[in-house]
Structures are given as C-alpha cells and as structure tokens.
Ligand binder design. Structure first.
Ligand code: NAI
Ligand code: MG
Length: 377
C-alpha cells in the first residue's frame, strides 16, 4: 500500500482544531483511494517557545526534513512578542526547506457569495504564486541610532536569479495546464533592479512556453484589477511582499479567510513542502470551537495533490466547497457552524463526492500538482 509520512504542526489557537479536521478529511480520502497516512505530531508554537525559549531547534528541522510533507495549522499568541514565532518558525521553515513557491488559489466556489460585487464562480479562478523565501523577508538590514531622533532602519530586499527562475518556471507550467496566461506583478517602474531581474526571467523562461501569453501589472494597479476584474487573471507570479498583500486581497475576493488555502511548495522535492490555511491562530475565537476548518482542509487537499494523490485531493477540495456552500457566511464567529461538526461533515462528503464535481479535473490546480509531484528521496 502507498504510504505518505506526514509531519503535523497544529500550532496555536485555532490551529490544532482546524488541523484535526484537515486530517479527518485526508484520512477519509486515504480510505477511499487505498493509501495510508502516517502522522507524527510536533509540539511547536507558543507553548513550546514559552517553555524552552526556542522557536525551532536544529534537531526539529532535521526531523521534519525526513517527512514527505508538513501539515501546518497556525501559530501566534498574544503572550509572545510579534515576529518571534512568525519569523522564527514559519519563515524559518520556508527558507530551510526551500519552499520557494507560495501557492494561493483564488477561486470562488459555487454557492459562495463574494463580498465584492460582480465576482462570480465563472470569472474568479486564478492562482497567485508568491515568491516565498526572498524579497524583503530575508531579515537583511539593520538599525542605527535606535531611540534617538536620528534613528535609521535599513531593510534590504533580496532577489536571486535562481529562486525567481524556480517560481517563474512553475508559473508557466501551471499556466500551460490551465488557461495559458501568466501575469507578472511587481513595481518595475520604481524597484528597477529587482524588477528587471523578474522581467528578464519571465522573458527567458517564457521563450520555452510559446503557447502561454504573458502580461505585466504593477502591484498598486493589481489592487484595483484583482477585485474589479479577476477574470483577466489565470496565473499571477509575484515577489514575496507583494504576494503577501495581494493574496490576502484575493482571500477577500474569494469569500474570506475561511476559504483561503496555501501551499509553501518546494518544486524540486529537495525538502518537504508545507500546507497551511492562510488565516492565523485567531486568539479572539481560540478554544471556542467556532473556527471554520475549510481553509485547512483545502490546504490539505493541495498536500495530497503534491503527494501524487490527485483524486484524493480533488474530493477533499470538492467536499469542502460543497459543505461550505451550505453555510450562511464563512469567516468569523457568526458563521453558524462549529469546527468539529463541520470537519465531520466534510470528511463524510469526501467519501462520496465525485472527483470531477467542481469541473474538468484535468485543468485543476490539483491535477497539475499531482502531475508534477516531485519524488522525494
Ligand atoms: P487571524 O487570521 O488569526 O484572524 C483574523 C480574524 O479572522 C479574526 O477575527 C479571527 O477570529 C477570524 N478568523 C481567522 N480564521 C478563522 C477561521 N478559520 N474561522 C473563523 N474565523 C476566523 O489573524 P490575526 O488576528 O491578525 O492574527 C492572530 C495571530 O495569528 C497573530 O499572532 C499572527 O501573527 C498570527 N498569524 C499566523 C499566521 C500563520 O500561522 N501562518 C498567519 C496570519 C497570522
Ligand atoms: Mg499574509
């Protein structure tokens, strides 16, 4: 029997609850399609940090490296100063495991209402690919004259040919498998050095994809185009900071944080990829059992796809969408549902729904991820 060996980091706040629901759906899919999941829990996050003073030890990184994939909930806690866990754990893992592509599908599923007028299931199906290891997130820089009127902060941005090429190549492959269009989003008119490198790589890689059309949109203009006309986009490639911002805008366009899934993807398979809902630990509703687990299940679906389990991935996605469509609203405590019950409903639907329930499976993100799934060795 095929076996996938997963690391599970539930994390803080609502993280462990939504992760439990994601695992329930994954196991239901494994039962249906005849493979096995082995899981190992890692106690990482605020509790562990407060106990040990370490966000992520070297031994833990090496243990995590041995897994086929990482399923991640969320971290963040009011008792821990901002940045320690976000930088010390999530960003550290993204960099350590060279998860250079953050995959953020922005899709309005049938039966779900976007808060943005005019956004429909037909015109809202795009994928934002955010460079996940560089840009302004590398911590390069420093502070001078801190606490004086001359206080000065430098925050450097890094753009390398290698990481840019990795994400752009993945973007073209994805675009070719979908509707054949790739958009570069940047700020090339001001950030000329990084911008030129991105443009050069898109032109260079694009030469091997004559069937994929390309265009370019400045990031500020993107904040206008994405909500007003999502249908003009298929695959968007962008830098780390711009991607962080526009993908949250995308989460709103697609109906809210309850639906926003992400993958921290290593396209080479040299280390495990990590799959997590876009939302954080939601301390305001932690422990109340109100969190919507759908974003976590949708992220788990991408995990299954990246492990080569296409049909399992498709049914986890379709089951989440179909259960969500039955709810009145999708984010916040008034969504009229509770985590455990919803998780059970989604897992039950995983057992019966058709892999093609959301449309042509061959053109879906899940199929592409499964088709290019790197073999980890
Ligand atoms: P958040 O995403 O945790 O919460 C924002 C709002 O959305 C809150 O009102 C929350 O109750 C609601 N919400 C979030 N997920 C929900 C769900 N599944 N169902 C229903 N309602 C949901 O963002 P916030 O409050 O800015 O950050 C809280 C903590 O999480 C901070 O420590 C932050 O640094 C951390 N964080 C961690 C992330 C990660 O683990 N990747 C990502 C974003 C934030
Ligand atoms: Mg963000």
């Amino acid at each position: 029997m095929r076996t996938h060996n997963l690391a599970v980091i539930g994390g803080d706040g609502i993280g462990p609850d939504v992760t439990a629901a994601a695992l329930l759906a994954m196991r239901a899919a494994a039962d249906r399609f005849g493979f096995a999941l082995e899981t190992t829990d890692y106690e990482l996050g605020a509790e562990a940090y407060l106990k040990t003073g370490v966000a992520l030890g070297e031994d833990t990184v090496e243990a995590l490296r041995g897994h086929d994939a990482i399923v991640f909930g969320a971290i963040g806690d009011p008792r821990v100063p901002p940045g320690i866990l976000e930088r010390g754990l999530i960003v550290a893992l993204r960099i350590a495991f060279r998860q250079s592509v953050n995959i953020r599908p922005v899709r309005l599923y049938p039966g779900i209402t976007s808060p943005v007028r005019g956004v429909t299931t037909e015109n809202c199906d795009l994928v934002i690919l955010r460079e996940n290891t560089e840009g302004l997130y590398t911590a390069g820089g420093g502070s001078l004259h801190t606490g004086t009127p001359n206080a000065t902060a430098l925050q450097n941005s890094v753009t390398t040919y290698a990481a840019t090429k990795e994400i752009v190549e993945f973007g073209f492959q994805l675009a070719r498998a979908r509707r054949g269009h790739l958009t570069l989003c940047h700020k090339t008119n001001i950030l000329v050095h990084a911008g030129q490198l991105w443009e050069q790589v898109v032109a260079e890689v694009g030469a091997d994809f004559p069937d994929v059309t390309t265009d370019y949109v400045h990031v500020d203009a993107m904040c206008q185009h994405l909500p007003m006309n999502p249908g003009r986009f298929d695959v968007v490639v962008t830098d780390n900071l711009f991607g962080d911002i526009i993908s949250d805008l995308g989460a709103t366009v697609q109906g809210g944080l309850g639906l926003a899934a992400s993958a921290n993807y290593n396209p080479t398979g040299s280390a495990p990829s990590m799959f997590e809902p876009v939302h954080g630990s939601a301390p305001d509703i932690a422990g109340k059992g109100w969190a919507n687990p759908a974003a976590a299940v949708l992220s788990a679906a991408m995990c299954l796809a990246a492990l080569g389990e296409r049909d399992a991935a498709l049914v986890c996605e379709a089951a989440s969408a179909s259960v969500l469509a039955e709810l009145p609203t999708f984010a916040g405590p008034d969504m009229g549902a509770e985590t455990e019950g919803l998780g059970i409903r989604i897992a039950e639907r995983v057992a019966t729904i058709e892999p093609g329930a959301l449309g042509d499976p061959d053109r879906s993100l899940m199929s592409l991820l499964a088709a290019v799934a790197p073999v980890r060795g």
